[in-house]
Design a protein around this ligand. Structure first.
Ligand SMILES: *[C@@H]1O[C@H](CO)[C@@H](O)[C@H](O)[C@H]1NC(C)=O
Ligand SMILES: *[C@@H]1O[C@H](CO)[C@@H](O)[C@H](O)[C@H]1NC(C)=O
Ligand SMILES: *[C@@H]1O[C@H](CO)[C@@H](O)[C@H](O)[C@H]1NC(C)=O
Ligand SMILES: *[C@@H]1O[C@H](CO)[C@@H](O)[C@H](O)[C@H]1NC(C)=O
Ligand SMILES: *[C@@H]1O[C@H](CO)[C@@H](O)[C@H](O)[C@H]1NC(C)=O
Length: 435
């Protein structure tokens, strides 16, 4: 009797697990089918955007460092370089040599406004759909079961869809994040050698600016002719080692603030202590902590040692305005993004671009954000200053970029021609919204 019961029990279990396995197979086949169907007939340009958003670089930058194998097979895509940590999603696509530089959606001088509007509309649809696909794709558990969680992120909060919210509501949520830098009174700095090296002054002296420009380093700035316009802003924010010399026509020459990641500050190849790029301007460096780390944890184990060169620079230039971001802010911004995304976000800190917005929105009447939403000038070049062989975009796919860009677009008040053809979004400063 007992043996029979056990047999039946085992039998039922077998059937149950068999069914589960079968469902799983059906489910994954279905997704593969959908992907194939969507993309097998699409043109080069769509594929370009598709790959661009997933961190594929077409191989004119095949450098050893960026060739990281993933669990997925990439045998179909020999001519595509996998960027470190990118975890490409759908490798089972037909590959061709993509035509990356396109003029298909650019408006030309001798074109009527109507034609131009049409092109912009088409382009907008493509790029937004693609960003939304990436954004929603993050929720596909099957594809993400193996994702790493290097910062030990455990999010318990709500997951709403920002696409269903009003701009004011989003601004008010954003506004609650207090953008803070490390102060002298913060432990462990209060009681170590850095205390006297941290500026007494506040970040940007708590000043209010009228017009601010956030200049991304995107390749689509090339041939934009935006330089003069960028320089006309009261404050111009740039990132990392993005140069201006030689690129003035497109990116301008004025720099008020630079946001630097800890690699730029710490690695010798960036010549942080020597290069004039980092002089006589306000600097803000950031280094990610773990999701729940205290400042003590972070100080004892930063991702890159930002503190040594911080101290060296501050000793060399005691009057400089060089600040360290409180790494809590990174995760508060991440929480903000996640709470407005129905799907699970990449568990890495937001990009410097988003950090730049968070830094300026409390201090400016309005902020123009250049080439954060890629304009019709989008090319395979990641950065405007890249030489052909630059293994760029590493950070681009590492951050939860699609969510950032879509959310920023929800806050944008510039019209579509300005956003997608001229190449910048306009966001109103926090002061302009009552919460
Ligand atoms: C692109 O990839 C192909 C095949 O892997 C290789 O032969 C070629 O040299 C690569 N091109 C460049 C510019 O790296
Ligand atoms: C890769 O690119 C090279 C040169 O552009 C081309 O000859 C080769 O057929 C491509 N390989 C694949 C697998 O597409
Ligand atoms: C951060 O979290 C990871 C993953 O849990 C862990 O391995 C690492 O030691 C943590 N780092 C710090 C500085 O706490
Ligand atoms: C920075 O300012 C100081 C003092 O005004 C000046 O002597 C120095 O040449 C400036 N450095 C650069 C790189 O502009
Ligand atoms: C978009 O905005 C710009 C600048 O504000 C303006 O010159 C242009 O006429 C607007 N275009 C459309 C289609 O509304």
């Amino acid at each position: 009797m007992r043996a029979l019961a056990v047999t039946i029990w085992v039998f039922i279990n077998l059937i149950f697990f068999g069914m589960c396995g079968y469902m799983y197979l059906l489910w994954s086949q279905y997704w593969m089918y959908i992907e194939k169907d969507l993309y097998s007939n699409s043109n080069n340009y769509e594929q370009q955007i598709y790959y661009y958003n997933r961190g594929f670089l077409i191989n004119d930058s095949a450098q050893s460092e960026v060739k990281t194998r993933t669990k997925h097979s990439v045998k179909d895509l020999q001519n595509v370089t996998i960027i470190k940590n990118s975890r490409p999603r759908f490798p089972n696509l037909q590959s061709e040599d993509f035509v990356l530089d396109t003029v298909k959606y650019r408006c030309s001088e001798d074109e009527s406004t109507n034609e131009c509007d049409n092109k912009v509309k088409q382009y907008k649809e493509k790029i937004l759909n693609e960003l939304k696909r990436v954004f929603l794709d993050e929720s596909n558990v099957l594809k993400h079961a193996t994702d790493q969680n290097p910062y030990n992120v455990h999010y318990q909060g709500i997951k709403e869809n920002h696409l269903n919210k009003y701009r004011n509501q989003l601004v008010c949520e954003f506004k609650r994040i207090q953008f803070t830098v490390i102060r002298r009174s913060d432990e462990p700095f209060k009681s170590n050698y850095l205390r006297d090296l941290i500026p007494k002054k506040k970040f940007l002296d708590n000043r209010q600016y009228n017009s601010c420009a956030v200049v991304s380093s995107a390749g689509s700035l090339t041939n934009s002719n935006l330089g003069q316009f960028i320089d006309s802003h009261d404050l111009v924010l740039r990132f990392n080692h993005a140069p201006t010399v030689g690129f003035e026509k497109d990116v301008g020459s004025k720099t008020t603030v630079r946001i630097l990641n800890s690699q730029v500050v710490s690695k010798s190849e960036f010549k942080f202590l020597e290069d004039n790029l980092y002089r006589n301007i306000t600097l803000l460096a950031w280094d990610p902590s773990n999701y729940t780390s205290t400042l003590e944890d972070w100080y004892s184990r930063p991702e890159f040692n930002v503190f040594t060169n911080y101290a060296a620079y501050r000793r060399q230039f005691p009057k400089s305005k060089f600040f360290l971001l409180n790494p809590r802010i990174l995760w508060q911004l991440w929480d903000f993004l996640q709470s407005n995304s129905p799907s699970r976000l990449r568990r890495n800190p937001p990009s410097s671009g988003f950090l730049g917005l968070a830094a300026l929105l409390p201090r400016c009447e309005y902020v123009n954000v250049f080439e954060y939403m890629p304009s019709t000038r989008v090319t395979k070049r990641c950065h405007y200053y890249d030489t052909k062989d630059n293994p760029a975009c590493t950070f681009g796919v590492w951050h939860p970029l699609a969510a950032e860009k879509l959310l920023t677009y929800s806050l944008n008040i510039a019209n579509d021609t300005t956003t997608f053809d001229r190449g910048f979004m306009t966001l109103l400063g926090f002061k302009r919204t009552n919460c």
